[in-house]
Ligand binder design. Sequence first.
Ligand code: ZN
Length: 150
Amino acid sequence: MFDDLRDLYQEVIFDHNRNPRNFYVMEGADRKVEGFNPLCGDRLTLFLKMDGDKITDASFQGSGCAISTASVSLMTEVVKGKTEAEAEALFKQFHDMTTGKEEEVNLEAIGKLAVLAGVREYPARVKCATLAWHTLDAALKNEQESISTE
Ligand code: ZN
């Protein structure tokens, strides 16, 4: 898959899948939410540490396909130090990028998350990429303890 994706992007995804960042159970997490994508079988548990409305730490556990693992690994890296509002803004950008709703994504704002832009060519994989963000959204809203993309 991803024949048309640039090698660099593919490499980053493979790297994050092989060596996921922030892959551990966080002790004393302020937020803990489970996410599940039944279409693919991706499961993850997201842990956040908060200071007011700021995300000071993020980690995850779980198992899923390469896209879902790379996506949540990248996400835990980029949301550290972000406020809830900043994280929600990133989620919107990411969602627009992966669903192809925006012709031009602000690549500067989305940064390394751009490596996942290629999933828009594969509708079945979009939920793999957005599962992490839907789970983050639920964690920030502190509404549910588990979410499903279906
Ligand atoms: Zn998946």
